[in-house]
Design a protein around this ligand. Sequence first.
Ligand code: SF4
Ligand code: SF4
Length: 146
Amino acid sequence: MHQSGHSRAHSMHDVQFSALRAMTPRARGVIALKEENCTSCMLCARECPDWCIYIEAHKEKRPPRREGGKPRTVNALERFDIDYALCMYCGICVEVCPFDALFWSPEFEYSEVRIADLLHDKEKLGEWMEGVPEPQALEAGAVKKK
Ligand code: SF4
Ligand code: SF4
């Protein structure tokens, strides 16, 4: 069957695109936020070379862990945005987070017509958690973190 140059190019692109998706489960596509792990410590925002993480939080009182203990003060996250118009996908934020709140998801299909829509808020960043792959098995002899 005759195939035009355009449709041939199109189908080649489709093949390459689907192969890319299948081959790179740990690709740096987008950063996902596990909000319940985030303590609003600001470390990621301070270390980001592009200053494209915006965090706002306030202090809240929580009941003591043990009976008779003092009420605890915790940071409650109000805002956690990443501006993907600025992000250079260096991964520093994911590396420095001490509380396992940031992860790479291989999802990369989030281009936008309006550049302002590349600002992802904590709800959007939370949705990306769905695509985060399970952690890799530990190497033989490695000690699991407690
Ligand atoms: S990947 Fe790098 S540039 Fe992007 S938000 Fe994280 S630290 Fe900033
Ligand atoms: S994502 Fe991690 S490093 Fe960033 S504020 Fe939350 S706990 Fe701190």
